[in-house]
Ligand binder design. Structure first.
Ligand code: HEC
Length: 262
């Protein structure tokens, strides 16, 4: 930081005129861009009734279009009035971002050398950021595409397979088992389990086509459905106890009736 100007100094006297003119020019800029334009945004219904007004500041009307325009102007006026900025003083922008645009504008207005120490913003000089941005865009594209074409088993489609399951497994006459098969189709079980070729295999969930051949029994099935990790430690399968005892019993009957296709 330089010493403040000594006004009695003859060198200073000659610089005085330049400073006066500089202050006049910077101040004139304030008249030109006037205040930040305010744009009123009308609010709907209740807000308007509560007397709430919303205004947006339109900083784009400044000559530099930067929201730091007035800040830069104040900094220059401050520097001029304190004697830190004189004819030929090199102005260094040491912060970052949009302030530099406005500061460069005022430095040019006063014919002062201007140094911008901001880091490189040119895209071609920022390979890491560019690769990251490209990957982000690519990932969004791929995921959007996959999401759009993903084939999710719709409950009604799965349910359509129930009669053929019943026939193959031989439980068509077991009402309780058929009801359980329909619950199985509706409850999202086939998001993780496969059953006679239907559904998809996720989280390591086993195929259940022959679950009944394990001889675990209805009670085990109910206990497992209520709290999978209680009976099979570490199980990631969610609890289905909210289905209620009746439905759990139907599901269990269906599972136990699934001895594998004949
Ligand atoms: C989020 C995935 C997921 C869903 C949904 C799911 N399961 Fe499971 N299931 C698993 C996993 C993982 C296992 C293996 C661990 C275990 O045995 O708990 C499993 C195991 C099982 C077993 C074998 C238990 C044994 O020890 O023999 C049965 C039976 C079963 N699930 C039935 C069902 C039924 C019925 C539904 C729907 C009401 C269902 N699952 C929904 C993931 C799931």
């Amino acid at each position: 930081m330089q010493q403040a100007m000594d006004v009695s100094d003859p060198v200073c006297q000659s610089g005085r005129a330049w400073v006066d003119e500089a202050i006049r020019r910077v101040s004139a800029d304030a008249n030109r861009s006037a205040d930040t334009h305010l744009i009123r945004v009308p609010l709907p219904g209740p807000w308007a009734e509560w007397g709430i007004d919303v205004y947006l500041k339109d900083e784009s009307t400044h000559p530099t279009g930067s929201l730091k325009h007035r800040l830069a102007r104040s900094l220059f006026l401050y520097g001029l009035c304190n004697g830190w900025i004189r004819e030929g003083t090199t102005v260094v922008e040491a912060s970052s971002g949009s302030t530099a645009v406005s500061e460069a504008y005022f430095a040019k207005m006063l014919g002062l050398p201007f140094v911008d120490t901001r880091t490189e913003r040119r895209l071609s000089r920022r390979p890491v950021a560019m690769v990251a941005a490209a990957l982000t865009v690519l990932a969004m594209g791929v995921l959007t595409y996959k999401g759009a074409v993903a084939k999710e088993a719709i409950a009604s489609e799965v349910k359509a397979a129930v009669p053929s399951w019943a026939a193959k497994q031989g439980f068509a006459n077991n009402k309780e088992a058929v009801a359980g098969a329909n619950l199985f189709a509706e409850s999202g079980c086939t998001n993780c389990h496969t059953y006679l070729g239907t559904g998809s295999s996720n989280l390591g969930a086993p195929d259940l086509s022959a679950e009944g051949a394990k001889g675990k029994g209805v009670q085990f099935q109910i206990d497992h459905l209520k709290c999978p990790s209680c009976v099979n430690p570490g199980s990631p399968m969610p609890s289905f106890k909210d289905l209620g005892q009746d439905n759990l019993h139907k599901l269990a009957t269906f599972l136990e009736a699934s001895k594998g296709p004949k």
